[in-house]
Design a binder for this molecule. Structure first.
Ligand code: COS
Length: 386
């Protein structure tokens, strides 16, 4: 699946223009009100952003992973809250249905997800199961042709906006093999949302707990129609999501570098521009080189991803996605830290964007698998392959 190069270039140009002319000017508004304005969400629908990863037959744009990464790179160059609005529809919310769903599930959900009329979240994490996802406790008990789901999901991105969840629950015994993925509509009796999480950064993104008390869901809502496959679906979805987040990290590094160079050009000390000092140039050079290294890694891993059958998993690809996630999200942390350093005292003041980006990028090293989880995936793969 991919879009022809010429049409893709037109899309990329539109996204670049949208980021520059529409999103960047709204960054302060999002920071102040902790909300992405509704008219911007409408414009995102218009641009087709909710459906970039969904095939054309379901109303999406049908980008390849490499193309999706290029779009994520562009969206990464502004406040991450904007990308978050479309992020779960593009990635972790929709991809389980696309990869493993039945033809009926795909036909029912994907067109509305692609248009943005239905927001879909990914509910895996729980109070006692974060990195150890296979230990999740949310239980789905068979009751006739339905399941009754009870449990609690934590830090669920876009939950307050979601019309449905791709939700992992235990239908069988312990461990990964006992987990199934369900499509759970948000309005069902027994499903309630917790209070909005107060986060360190990324204002405008919405996360909260999702609580389920005997929520009745038809067995037909199990993704793929077969119980016990949910953990693998979640892992395949995360492989893809990790590449997307890597591209986002590179975009944000590009933005911080751009702002740092701009500041170094205009700020004067000791009678000259600080950008003319070699110690400042060294920080800019380190950031530039690390950004290029990270972006090359993401592109190579994304092309490798595109070379395998879409719905299958390949341990080499998972390993490369983890390398990309680990390297780029750590890299953008260093770039943001240098960005603050180049800005000096101004970098610690809320008026300058670098102060907020510094806080915003911290999350990239945590969600869709911490750096330590990426290390485990890489290490395990190396040991197995040997
Ligand atoms: N694609 C497909 N299948 C995969 C897979 C992948 N990327 N990774 C693992 N699996 C399969 C394994 O092959 C295994 O199947 P078999 O039992 O049939 O062999 C099964 O899933 C269990 O795998 P494993 O034993 O490796 O699972 P672990 O419990 O050791 O967990 C980690 C593996 C730690 C990698 C996993 O729990 C993880 O990614 N945790 C982080 C979760 C996360 O990212 N959370 C963020 C919240 S979502 S925003």
């Amino acid at each position: 699946m991919s879009l022809d190069q010429e049409t893709f270039q037109l899309l990329k140009d539109s996204v670049q223009r949208f980021v520059r002319e529409r999103l960047m000017p709204a960054e302060d508004d999002v920071e102040e009100h902790d909300e992405v304005p509704a008219d911007i969400v409408d414009d995102m629908k218009e641009l087709g952003l909710f459906g970039i990863s969904i095939p054309e037959q379901y109303g999406g744009i049908g980008l390849s992973m490499a193309q999706e990464c290029e779009v994520a790179y562009e969206l990464g160059q502004t406040a991450l809250a904007f990308r978050s609005v479309v992020g779960t529809n593009i990635g972790i919310g929709s991809q389980g249905i696309l990869m493993d769903g039945t033809p009926g599930q795909k036909a029912e959900y994907l067109p509305r997800i692609a248009s943005g009329d239905l927001l879909i979240s990914f509910a895996l994490t729980e109070p006692d199961a974060g990195s150890d996802a296979a230990a999740l406790k949310t239980r789905a008990v068979a009751d006739g042709s339905d399941y009754l789901i009870t449990g609690s999901k934590r830090f669920i991105t876009n939950a307050p906006r979601a019309g449905a969840f791709t939700l992992m629950a235990r239908t069988g015994g312990p461990g990964a093999a006992g987990i199934s993925a369900f499509i759970v509509p948000a309005g069902l009796p027994g499903l309630s949302l917790g209070r909005a999480d107060k986060k360190m950064g990324q204002r405008g993104t919405k996360t909260c707990d999702v609580n389920l008390d005997q929520v009745r869901v038809p067995a037909a809502n199990i993704i793929g129609g077969e119980a016990g496959k949910g953990f693998k679906t979640a892992m395949k979805v995360l492989d893809r999501g990790r590449l997307h987040v890597s591209a986002l990290a590179c975009g944000m590094a590009q933005r911080i570098l751009h702002d740092s160079v701009a500041y170094a050009q205009q700020r004067k000390q000791f009678g000259q521009r600080i950008g003319d000092f070699q110690l400042v140039q060294a920080m800019l050079a380190d950031s530039q080189a690390e950004l290029l290294a990270g972006w090359s890694l993401v592109q190579a891993a994304a092309h490798r991803y595109d070379a395998k059958p879409f719905d299958s998993s390949d341990p080499e690809v998972s390993m490369q996605a983890s390398c990309a996630k680990m390297f780029t999200t750590e890299m953008v942390g260093r770039v943001a830290d240098r960005g603050v350093q180049i800005h000096g005292g101004a970098g610690y003041i809320n008026e300058y964007k670098v102060e907020r980006f510094y806080r915003d990028v911290r999350l990239l090293r945590l969600y869709e698998g911490t750096t330590q989880i990426q290390q485990l995936v890489i290490g395990k793969h190396l040991m197995r392959a040997a």
